[in-house]
Design a protein around this ligand. Structure first.
Ligand code: P5A
Ligand code: ZN
Length: 473
C-alpha cells in the first residue's frame, strides 16, 4: 500500500489511519470505526495525559449510557440543539418500552438529575467530575474517522457545579488552562476562540473553543469549554443551602474533548512517509535495527541486545525480522517511531550506533556509552519543540489577515481568514456570506500572532476585535 502525498490531505488521512493500523474503516455501519491494537495503544497514551491533568482537579465517575426521554427533553435549548442527532431505543426485545431511552449524545441530562440529589449545602460545592465514555450523535454532515463520528468512542466530558457565576467562570479559565497544557504536550498549536452567541453549546451562556488548522486549511474544533450559568440548575432544580440559610441555584460548567485530539495529532505532525508522533505518546518509541551480514551477526546482535537492555524504561522494539533494512525503515517510519538506532558490523566494532529522528532527514553516530535515559529524554523534548515550531509555521501559512471585505470570499477558499469584527450579528452574517463559518473572537492571543487585537470592524468600521472565519470540519 502506498500512501498518497499529504498534499491530498483527505486521501492521505484516510489511507494513513488504515495502513498505520490506527483505525479499521471497514466496519459496516456509517460513522462507526474500529480501533486497531496499535491505534488503541496510541489512544491510551494520549488519554493517560488527559486523565493525569483531569485527576488533579476532578473525580472520575461513570454515568449510564441511556437517558430517559423526559430528562433529555427538560432543558428547552439543549434538546432543540440535539433533537436531530439523538438515537432512540424504543424496544426491549419485542416489547415497546414505556419510556423511550436516548443513547447519550452528551451527559448533562444524565448527570444533572443526580447532581440535584448529591448537592445539599455549600459544603458539597464545588463539585467536579469527569468521565471518558462513548457518546452517540446521528451526524448528518459527512462522517469521517476520528473527526466526525456517530459513535464518539473517547468522549472526555467534565461537569462542575459552583456557588455562583464568578466561581464557575474561574473554573472555565482553569479548564482552558488544562486544555492548553494538554495540546502543548501534544505540540499542537491552537486558537482559543469565543463562539458567537448563535453558535454556542445548546443551553450554555457562552462557549470557548479550541480550534486548530488542518493541513488542507480547514479548521477543526478540538475541544470546548462552556459556562452554563444557572440554566440547567433551574431546569433540574439543583440548589444548595448557603451559610445564610437561603437556597440558591448552582452555576455550572462543562467541557469536552473527543478523539479529534488524535485526528489533529496525526494530521498536523504526519508527513508523506506516515505518522510522526511525539516521543511521549508513541506506542513504539525506539526501534533498534541490526544490519546483518553473514558471519558477523553475533557481534551486531549482542550490541543491539545490550542497547535494548539499557533502554528498558522506554517502549523499544528490536527488529530482528528477515526483511531488508530499507523495508524496515519504511515500516517503522509509517508507524511514527520517533527514534531509530541502527547497528551494523562497523558500529559493533567501534561500539557505536547510528541515530536518526523521525522528523529529521539526517543521521549521526554516537558511542553506545553516551546513550542513557537522560539523553533520550532530552532528545524527546527537543523533538517536541521542533514539532511545535514546524506545526506553527505550517499553520501560519494557512492563515491570512484581511481588512478588505471583498477579498474574503476568495481567500477563505484556501485559508483561514483573520479579521477585525464587531459583535453585531449582522456583521457576522456578512462575513459568513463570504463562504466561511465565523468561528468567533480570539479569546487569548497566541504568541505566534502579531496582529493587533483591536481594530475597526471589516464590515461596518465600528470598533472590533480579532476574529476568525474559515471553512471548518
Ligand atoms: C462539553 C462536554 C459538549 O458536548 N458536554 C459535555 C459538552 N460539547 S461539544 O462541543 O458538543 O462536544 C465536545 C467536543 O467533542 C468533539 N465532537 C466530536 N468529535 C468527533 N465526532 C463528533 N461527531 C463530535 N461532536 C463533537 C468536539 O471537539 C467538541 O468540541
Ligand atoms: Zn461591524
Amino acid at each position: 500500500m502506498t500512501l498518497p502525498s499529504k498534499e491530498e490531505f483527505s486521501e492521505w488521512f484516510h489511507e494513513l489511519i488504515q495502513c498505520a493500523e490506527i483505525m479499521d474503516v471497514r466496519y459496516p455501519v456509517k460513522g462507526l470505526y474500529v480501533w486497531f491494537p496499535f491505534g488503541f495503544k496510541l489512544r491510551q497514551l494520549v488519554y493517560a495525559k488527559l486523565r493525569e491533568i483531569m485527576d488533579r482537579d476532578h473525580s472520575e465517575v461513570y454515568f449510564p449510557a441511556l437517558i430517559p426521554e423526559q430528562e433529555l427533553g427538560k432543558e428547552g435549548e439543549h434538546i432543540r440543539g440535539f433533537e436531530d442527532e439523538v438515537y432512540w431505543i424504543t424496544h426491549g426485545g419485542l416489547t415497546p418500552l414505556d419510556v423511550k431511552l436516548a443513547l447519550r449524545p452528551t451527559s448533562e441530562t444524565a448527570m444533572y438529575p443526580m447532581f440535584k440529589l448529591w448537592i445539599r449545602t455549600h459544603a458539597d460545592l464545588p463539585l467536579k467530575v469527569y468521565q471518558i465514555v462513548n457518546t452517540f450523535r446521528y451526524e448528518t454532515k459527512h462522517t469521517r474517522p476520528l473527526i466526525r463520528l456517530r459513535e464518539i468512542t473517547s468522549f472526555k466530558e467534565a461537569h462542575t457545579a459552583h456557588r455562583n457565576y464568578e466561581e464557575a467562570e474561574e473554573q472555565v479559565k482553569k479548564a482552558v488552562g488544562y486544555y492548553k497544557e494538554f495540546y502543548d504536550f501534544l505540540a499542537i498549536p491552537y486558537f482559543i476562540v469565543r463562539r458567537p452567541d448563535w453558535d454556542k453549546f445548546p443551553g450554555a451562556v457562552y462557549t470557548i473553543a479550541f480550534d486548530t488548522i488542518m493541513p488542507d486549511g480547514r479548521t477543526l474544533q478540538i475541544g470546548t469549554v462552556h459556562h452554563l450559568g444557572d440554566n440547567f440548575a433551574k431546569t433540574f432544580e439543583i440548589k444548595y443551602e448557603a451559610v445564610d440559610g437561603n437556597h440558591y441555584y448552582v452555576h455550572q460548567t462543562c467541557y469536552g474533548i473527543s478523539e479529534r485530539c488524535i485526528a489533529s495529532l496525526i494530521s498536523i505532525h504526519g508527513d508523506d512517509l506516515g505518522l510522526v508522533l511525539p516521543f511521549e505518546v508513541a506506542p513504539i518509541q525506539i526501534v533498534v535495527i541490526p544490519i546483518l551480514y553473514k558471519g558477523k551477526e553475533e557481534n551486531v546482535l549482542e550490541l543491539c541486545e545490550e542497547l535494548v537492555k539499557k533502554l528498558g524504561k522506554f517502549r523499544v522494539v528490536l527488529d530482528k525480522s528477515e526483511e531488508r533494512p530499507g523495508a524496515k525503515y519504511y515500516k517503522w517510519e509509517l508507524k511514527g517511531v520517533p527514534l531509530r538506532f541502527e547497528i551494523g558490523p562497523r558500529e559493533a566494532e567501534k561500539r557505536e550506533v547510528v541515530v536518526s529522528f523521525r522528523d529529521e532527514r539526517k543521521k549521526f553516530s554516537i558511542a553506545v556509552e553516551e546513550i542513557n535515559e537522560g539523553k533520550i529524554e532530552r532528545w524527546a523534548e527537543e523533538m517536541r519543540k521542533r514539532l511545535r515550531e514546524k506545526a506553527i509555521a505550517s499553520m501560519l501559512q494557512k492563515l491570512k489577515f484581511s481588512r478588505n471585505l471583498e477579498e474574503i470570499s476568495d481567500i477563505v477558499k484556501s485559508s483561514v481568514v483573520m479579521v477585525h469584527l464587531c459583535k453585531d450579528k449582522s456583521c457576522g452574517e456578512e462575513i459568513e456570506a463570504k463562504g466561511g463559518k465565523l468561528l468567533g473572537w480570539i479569546e487569548e492571543m497566541p504568541e505566534f500572532i502579531e496582529q493587533s487585537y483591536e481594530g475597526s470592524c471589516v464590515v461596518c468600521g465600528r470598533s472590533g476585535k480579532l476574529a476568525l472565519t474559515a471553512r471548518s470540519y
